[in-house]
Design a protein around this ligand. Structure first.
Ligand code: SF4
Length: 347
């Protein structure tokens, strides 16, 4: 069978693998062994599965393939941030970013090739949508840390794509990252960041998430949010607020609001007041993020004094606020700048 026709081994459940081995006259425990190679040892080659007999490895080789996200080009920022371009089996590219802090690092990973939501300030949004990443392709971005001495402390789904529009695969990857059968990381070290799709927030709440949720809000009135996040035109803040109230009621969890400050757009004290009003409905933590201009977006970075006054106002309303400097801006690895090395921005 040609490589393209063979299914990706990592799309198989353990039960499906057991059935496969039984049908082939092998013992079903082989599925456990394969699973361990795939998800615990991050193996990408049948040949390397040395606890399996040669014939079992050949059997796998004949029936399956690997759709691996291969780490390719890397760029290192003066602040230590490393951006990696991942080459996919169909020639597509996505990017992931490692942000080190001492001997630990946060990895920021992608969930889709491009993105359909077209947020005006975002380089990925200008690419349009190509396809969802598979569970294996998401998983590979976590295990491909370039430096073996660095331990991953946190994983954030803030790279290319809207994670809630690839919900099943994102949850599948989180399952493999957190399960004892996989990497065994604590789900509390994982943050899924979304533009806020009301029906998916309700679904997430019903699914009892153990990971952290971050909402990319960036504006607290429909008039402003409509201008930067086209999705808001169809699903305004009223719908989002109802879904977030449900999330809080169902999970009793606080979530994070991500708010990029754009110069002379959403950075005034009046904007901070609107944000404080929005936050009255649920317990939140607010991350205020410096913007790194994306060419052609028309948005600029806010002045530091205005950002400070914005944060001071929120603190005066007893809100928990962090002001975040973007990392990796000299290599286009900062928030909203990921565009895929080989994908051209349309404008
Ligand atoms: Fe998509 Fe997120 Fe960019 Fe919006 S900000 S276009 S949701 S990747």
């Amino acid at each position: 069978m040609s490589g393209n026709l063979r299914p990706d081994i990592r799309s198989m459940t353990k039960l499906e693998l057991e059935q496969f081995f039984l049908l082939q006259g092998e013992k079903k425990f082989r599925a456990n062994q394969v699973y361990e190679w795939l998800w615990k040892k991050s193996c990408h080659s049948f040949e390397d599965m040395t606890s399996l007999s040669k014939s079992a490895r050949q059997l796998l080789q004949n029936h399956f393939t690997f759709h691996t996200a291969f780490p390719g080009n890397q760029q290192k920022s003066t602040d230590g941030t490393v951006k990696t371009g991942f080459r996919l089996h169909d020639g597509m590219m996505v990017e992931g970013v490692m942000i080190p802090a001492g001997d630990r690092a946060t990895v920021c990973i992608s969930s889709q090739v491009g993105c359909a939501l077209g947020c005006k300030f975002c380089a990925t949004g200008q690419l349009g949508f190509t396809r969802n990443l598979t569970v294996g392709e998401i998983f590979d971005q976590v295990t491909a840390i370039p430096d073996s001495e660095t331990r991953i402390s946190n994983i954030v789904f803030m790279g290319m794509g809207e994670p809630f529009l690839n919900y099943e695969n994102v949850m599948g990857a989180i399952g493999k990252i957190t399960s004892p059968e996989g990497l065994g990381m604590s789900p509390q070290r994982i943050t899924v960041s979304s533009v806020g799709i009301p029906k998916m927030i309700v679904k997430m709440a019903d699914d009892d998430p153990k990971y952290h949720f971050a909402l990319s809000l960036h504006a607290a009135t429909d008039a402003k949010r409509d201008k930067i996040i086209p999705f808001n035109l169809k699903h305004p803040l009223g719908d989002l607020t109802e879904a977030l109230k449900y999330y809080h009621k169902k999970t009793d969890k606080r979530f994070t609001i991500e708010y990029i400050v754009f110069g002379n757009f959403n950075d005034s004290v009046a904007d901070a007041r609107e944000l404080a009003v929005f936050c009255r409905n649920f317990p939140v933590k607010i991350n205020i993020i410096e913007y790194n201009p994306v060419k052609g977006s028309g948005f600029n970075r806010a002045e530091p004094e205005k950002t400070r006054a914005f944060a001071d106002y929120l603190e005066s309303r007893n809100l928990v606020v962090n002001v975040r400097q973007s990392r990796g801006k000299d290599i286009d690895a900062a928030c909203g700048q990921l565009a895929g090395n080989q994908l051209k921005i349309k404008n």
